[in-house]
Design a binder for this molecule. Sequence first.
Ligand SMILES: *Cc1c(COP(=O)(O)O)cnc(C)c1O
Length: 426
Amino acid sequence: MSTQKIATNALHAGHDVTKNGGTRAVPIYQTTSYVFNNSNHAANLFSLKELGFIYTRLNNPTNQILQDRLAAIEGGIGAVVFASGTAAISTGLLTLLKAGDHIVASSSLYGGTYNLLNVTLPRLGITTTFVDASNPDNFRTAVQDNTRAFFVESLGNPKLDVLDLEAISKEAKTAKVPFIVDNTVATPALLNPIKHGADIVIHSLTKYIGGQGNSLGGAIIDAGTFDWSNGKFPEFTEPSAGYHGLKYYETLGAASYTFKLILEGLRDFGGALSPTNAFNIIQGLETLSVRIKQHSQNALEIAKWLEQQDEVAWVNYPGLESSAYKSLADKYLPNGQSGIVTFGAKGGFEAAKTIADETKLFSLLANIGDTKSLIIHPSSTTHQQLNEEQQKSTGVTTDLIRLSVGIEDVEDLKADLKAAFAKISK
Ligand SMILES: *Cc1c(COP(=O)(O)O)cnc(C)c1O
């Protein structure tokens, strides 16, 4: 495992220039398939006697570099990339779970993930109990005989709750289930969940890691720490009918889940990342540690400034002294708390919509983590499918505005917000 720091790994890990024609930049291998030396070579690849490239839905040399780089940065033993963060989450869960299984999840989740767990997976017989994750004991009380995973976001989107990962990880160990952490908002430059007991880390690469708002992508990083032979996961210990009797755990040990994600997850669900998008995301990843410092610094300054404004009812940012999560942020996010700030408009729903409509530098759109500043009113957009009670449990109130603070000059950002505040009808 790499001992180098993230700023170094983000630029170098996974790319052996001697194997890639001396190219200093990571090349784009824009191909769907790979020529076999002969049929025996092909047979060895299909039976895993030899590792190599078969078809880009399973793997690709550009994607492999991104995978190795993400594994090095998060401190995992392997990683698999997907077409989007959502493809990573759905494939990651469907590779692990079957009808009759149960998840315990934080109620403070990305809207799409909440819907997957709340509506779509139950249709397939996989149910979820949502808990208030600010009290780790709630995970223990929600555990059932059929519980097979804990799922949380290290820094909830958009509630911005910082979780006590170590305490929740202890509960996952007691329940003998993998602890899955979506680390998209915090980013690996500010927090490494594996160091705090996560077994599986998920990223939407679309956000800060890509960073320029040009490519969708997702990733799963496998810590290699979970004991799949503990009796709760027969699919890992019994012969797999889907891969000519392969016993994953016996054959692949700690890397079982990583391989299952490729051999079953990508093979059967097909959410592969395009090599060109992998390349775009690598360009972003290389500067992540520099960008996230500026995002965090600008966000903290905007949050402090918002607290002083007459039009603002409340401000939520984990780096603020006033934040309920300040002490957890000091422990888990000491080098910055990323770029998302939420605040309440004093005039409620209508005033919040006006602010979102009237900013010019802050673009009104449904994304986060772009170098450019973004704004949205979740209650009328990303979270409109949820009723008011559900919105509340995910941290969304009708007056809430979510900012994704970019890396522009912070004084220009304040002026843009100030001008929009002036448009609220008194
Ligand atoms: C955006 C996001 C996702 C989904 O990722 P996509 O790449 O948009 O599919 C998942 N989790 C979090 C926390 C996100 O912000």
